[in-house]
Design a protein around this ligand. Structure first.
Ligand code: CUA
Length: 326
């Protein structure tokens, strides 16, 4: 399942994507994985060596108690241990420096994406020199394979941390400060990410999905996302749109092309096309949309989405409308 290029197939199969620092999908993650292996193996060997020397010393001491030997100064052994320690620590420091330098290098012509952390979701903005091509979405980042991506990180409330282990290291998202992280995805796929800094009650439920796809697929996705929301088809979806515009939904959420223009919650213009709802909590289906809207505080206690009283028919209409916003 892991190296399948067809992301839609992954979604259909219910795969959450892989979230593993030991299975790098690009050069930055590979540097970190190499560093991880180097440190783990070197420190493991040092530990084994220390344990062997300790065991030898204990055995010798026991033998010496039975048959005393003339005292010898262990100058050579101590000197060798100090030299080995200096060499190993220096080697690890140099390897760490080289890996960090390679990760921090600024490649030419990166795709710039702005990511803003909220309790507990991610706002994603694709910058573009043309203002009409600036794109706002949430919780799901699409990137082209083979092209460097620079993620500019900010926070709207508390400290969060961006971490997609299959592609890069971690970087904090700090209110009032801008950080950035650059990486490239070499192979297409669905990479799961996770907020890596405790940020409140639902920190563990602040996931995001990063979808790396061939450049032409990415461009098609981007063009489709720039379009306004799909028009409702039929009376039920029409009723759903009226509820989204006229009741509390539109006060917090934007659905471009309608009167819903709130800025507090995730943009819903293409919510039906995203794999997950509520920052990775539920797969996007009509049923999970209904469950989420009917009682968001039971699914994700403490989040900012209030419960809007809707009749069963109204809930049906809203979900019929939202699930079609692809
Ligand atoms: Cu956001 Cu933890």
């Amino acid at each position: 399942m892991r190296r399948v290029a067809l992301v839609p197939a992954l979604f259909l199969a219910g795969c959450e994507g892989w979230q593993s620092a030991t299975d790098p999908g690009g050069p930055a993650a590979r540097e970190l994985h190499g560093l991880f292996l180097l440190f783990t193996i070197s420190c493991g060997l040092v530990w084994i060596a220390v344990m062997l020397v300790l065991a030898a010393a204990l055995l010798r001491r026991r033998a010496a108690e039975v048959r005393p030997e003339p005292e010898r100064r262990p100058t050579l052994a101590v000197g060798a241990a100090v030299a080995a320690t200096v060499l190993i620590v220096t080697g690890l420091t140099v390897a760490s420096y080289l890996a960090t330098r390679s990760i921090a290098a600024a490649p030419p012509d990166p795709l710039v994406i702005r990511l803003r952390g909220y309790q507990w979701w991610w706002e994603v903005t694709y910058d573009d020199p043309r203002p009409d091509r600036i794109l706002l979405t949430a919780n799901e980042i699409h990137i082209p394979t083979g092209r460097p991506v620079r993620i500019e990180l900010a926070s709207a409330d508390v400290i969060h941390s961006f971490w997609v282990p299959g592609l890069s290291g971690k970087q904090d998202m700090i209110p009032g400060r801008s950080n950035s992280l650059t990486f490239t995805a070499e192979r297409p796929g669905l990479y799961r990410g996770q907020c890596a800094e405790f940020c409140g009650l639902q920190h563990a439920h602040m996931a995001l999905h990063l979808i790396a796809e061939p450049p032409e697929v990415f461009e098609r996705w981007r063009d489709a996302q720039l379009a306004e929301a799909a028009a409702p088809v039929g009376a039920e979806e029409e009723a759903g749109r009226r509820i989204v515009e006229g009741r509390a939904c539109g006060a917090c959420h934007t659905v471009r092309g309608t009167q819903a223009a709130g800025q507090l919650g995730p943009d819903l213009t293409h919510v039906g096309g995203r794999a997950y709802l509520a920052a990775g909590m539920l797969p996007t289906t009509r049923g999970s949309l209904a469950a989420w809207i009917a009682d968001p505080q039971t699914i994700k206690p403490g989040n900012n989405m209030p419960m809007i009283p809707l009749t069963a028919d109204e809930l049906q209409a809203v979900t019929a409308y939202l699930v079609r916003l692809r």
